[in-house]
Design a binder for this molecule. Structure first.
Ligand code: PGA
Length: 256
């Protein structure tokens, strides 16, 4: 049984005070949130204040990125221990915006993932094809390449601590969602690839999240798919009401 994860990726949104308001609204309206695994990923500056407000709540905090060195002359970077001490249990790695805007590669994804594991942070490793790649029939080659490169050198034990997020780039922030058939097909192929890399036992347990314009209106359908084990939500995670509705869809899907 793979427990559903509902993770909110706030991206570069919310100052400390705005983050505090959003998290307070989430706690107030979240109901039975503990029935699924709820994660929020605020920007670095708001991590600690969000963590402090969460207190005993079941919601966990994720960083949106980290650097692989422990400390040193890396202006602008943040280390695993820094985000850990700010309250993070999780970290998003290799988001398509990092890949496309900031030149992240499978190799740097691999280094960050290994560094996160070394500090006992749980990585959410993002993969996904662009529209051109899908149209050219390259979707699964791209996903395989990203998995081979991003997870290179990791052990079965490592993989048991990793979550994958399948986020078709053409669906992120566009309002265009993968159809249930497209999502299920990609997730199934990802699990099969993980099985060939780490064994069937590990692959069966790995949670694979879907990301890309997940909203209250489409969440239940996507979250009910056999190989979709949760969602990584951008835009809709910035409105407490929408995020709570997606959490409710997750609780509903968990029962199916
Ligand atoms: P979106 O973003 O829900 O706004 O499409 C998802 C993501 O980038 O993680």
């Amino acid at each position: 049984m793979r427990k559903i994860i509902i993770a909110g990726n706030w991206k570069m949104n919310n100052t400390i005070s705005q983050a505090q308001d959003l998290i307070a609204a989430l706690i107030k309206n979240g109901g039975d949130m503990h029935k699924v695994e709820v994660i929020v990923a605020p920007p670095f500056t708001a991590l600690r204040s969000v963590y402090d407000i969460l207190g005993q709540s079941s919601v966990h905090v994720a960083a949106q990125n980290l650097f692989w060195e422990e400390s040193g002359a890396y202006t602008g970077e943040v280390s695993p221990m820094m985000v850990k001490e700010a309250g993070c249990k999780w970290v998003i790695i290799g988001h398509s915006e990092r890949r496309q805007i900031f030149g992240e590669t499978d190799e740097t994804v691999n280094k960050r993932t290994a560094a996160a594991l070394g500090s006992e942070l749980k990585p959410i490793v993002c993969i996904g094809e662009t529209l051109e790649e899908r149209d050219a029939g390259q979707t699964f080659d791209v996903l395989h390449r990203q998995l081979d490169g991003g997870l290179k050198g990791l052990t079965e034990e490592n993989m048991a601590k990793i979550t994958i997020a399948y986020e078709p780039v053409w669906a992120i922030g566009t309002g265009k969602t993968a159809t249930p058939a497209q999502a299920q097909e990609a997730h199934e192929k990802i699990r099969a690839k993980l099985s060939s890399m780490f064994g069937a036992g590990v692959a069966e347990k790995v949670r694979i999240l879907y990301g890309g314009s997940m909203k209250p209106a489409n969440a239940l359908e996507l979250l009910s798919l056999p190989d979709v084990d949760g969602g990584l939500i951008g835009g809709a995670s910035l409105k407490a009401h929408d995020f709570v509705d997606i959490i409710k869809a997750g609780i509903e899907a968990e029962k199916l």
